[in-house]
Ligand binder design. Structure first.
Ligand code: COA
Length: 379
């Protein structure tokens, strides 16, 4: 007989360890992020997003042939089924992009004959298909809402460049491409974050990979997770100028209102992704000749560290980076989703390799022993 649960894990499952993983490690006390043995500071600027995809999916960085094979595979998985394109084109143009992507991924599963094929080969194909397709779904929805033609993906371009090409209608400069690629690398995986956990819960029921990634996208969308980067730009626009920062932050602290892009559940010191993004934001702002936003951001981060001992997280400076390279604000979280698909799919495969249903319990706090009153006599 199962006895009723009487004690509950910390709120938000803080500190609860839910799985073993070889994919990535978030070391909160020291502010380190490891991808399959490599510190993020070692990877950033030295490897491409595709190399990280290979690292997460095969456990080692690729040699030249392996990288060429992976790139070719991703390039040939970019053609969306016509039915998915039609669904994207029927969405209301004011659909928030994260809703559109969640719908597009769910639809993709309906058009994939391998959707419910649980052989290892089919699961690997689906992982690559999702990594390659989510940028196309995003870009096609963006073009549809702007009444622009849907360009064919360019197989000569890497993941970051092809996405920029599809949303801008022209090939990106080498600098814009490398900025985007670095953002992808920094966002590719992050331990047992909320969206990854939700993907693992879904696949642990032996559901399909499209369902798991749809779940993850829905989870990432929230402002406490991936949605924070959009919130940062909204906040910077609301504040407007550097001289108004101090009063704005003081007001937020007094009202106990959260500043987006600040704080982290696991990192008790610096989020190691933030300095890379900060450096990129500084360079891009200098190039644009407009330091306003980076100056405002630095001042907000300085006050929050001093007053609340909270550091900037990945979303804080990525917002300025994306804005500076012309990514529309409501595509910031989709860009996060595009990059994180590498990690989500790798976690799904890892969960399947050693699966057990994830099924926690709850402590019942409601009443007991109530008797049914006939409906006509209920108050
Ligand atoms: C990331 C986050 C959800 C972590 O949440 P958490 O571990 O549950 O921490 P809590 O929300 O319980 O916050 C703990 C304390 O820090 C404060 N705090 C945390 N983040 C804060 C923020 N961004 N702005 C102001 N105060 C913040 C809380 O008000 C709380 O203070 P209190 O103890 O005086 O009440 C949280 O820091 C947050 O909401 N940040 C903003 C959203 C964001 O940037 N998300 C992206 C994460 S990568």
């Amino acid at each position: 007989m199962t006895t009723p649960a009487t004690s509950v894990a910390p709120k938000g499952l803080e500190g609860v360890v839910a799985a073993n993983t070889r994919l990535s490690d978030v070391r909160g006390e020291t502010g380190e992020l490891i991808y399959a043995g490599y510190n993020i500071n070692e990877l950033a600027g030295k490897v491409s997003y595709e190399e990280v995809v290979h690292l997460l999916h095969h456990g080692h960085l690729p040699n030249q042939q392996e990288l060429a094979r992976l790139k070719a595979r991703l390039a040939c998985e970019r053609d969306l089924p016509q039915g998915v394109i039609e669904i994207i084109q029927r969405l209301p143009k004011d659909t928030p992009p994260m809703h559109a992507i969640r719908t597009g991924v769910s639809a993709l599963g309906c058009f994939d004959p391998e959707c419910d094929d649980d052989s290892q080969d089919a699961q690997r194909h689906k992982a690559m298909r999702l990594i390659a397709s989510i940028p196309i779904i995003t870009a096609y929805f963006h073009c549809h809402r702007n009444n622009r033609p849907l360009l064919a993906p360019d197989p000569t371009l890497g993941e970051a460049a092809n996405f920029l090409y599809l949303i801008d209608g022209e090939k990106p400069s080498a600098e814009k491409e490398s900025t985007m690629d670095m953002c992808y690398v920094l966002h590719a995986d992050h331990g047992m974050n909320a969206s990854t956990f939700s993907a693992r819960v879904t696949i642990a029921t032996l559901s399909d990979m499209y369902s798991a990634i749809t779940t993850a996208i829905g989870t990432l969308k929230g402002p406490l997770h991936g949605g924070a980067n959009e919130g940062v730009i909204k906040m910077l626009k609301e504040i407007g100028t550097l001289d108004k920062v101090d009063a704005y932050v003081a007001e937020c602290i007094a009202q106990k209102k959260k500043i987006m892009g600040i704080g982290h559940r696991v990192y008790k010191t610096l989020d190691p992704r933030a300095p890379h993004l900060k450096r990129m934001a500084q360079i891009l702002s200098a190039q644009l000749g407009d330091p306003t936003w980076i100056q405002m951001s630095e001042r907000i981060a300085e006050i929050m560290l001093k007053e609340k001992h909270l550091n900037a997280n990945v979303d804080f400076y990525s917002a300025t980076v994306y804005y500076s390279i012309g990514i529309p604000t409501d595509l910031f979280t989709p860009v996060f989703a595009i990059a994180r698909t590498a990690g989500w799919t790798a976690h799904v495969l890892e969960q399947l390799a050693d699966n057990r249903l994830i099924r926690p319990q709850s402590v019942y706090t409601g009443p007991l022993g109530l008797k049914v009153v006939p409906i006509s006599q209920r108050p």
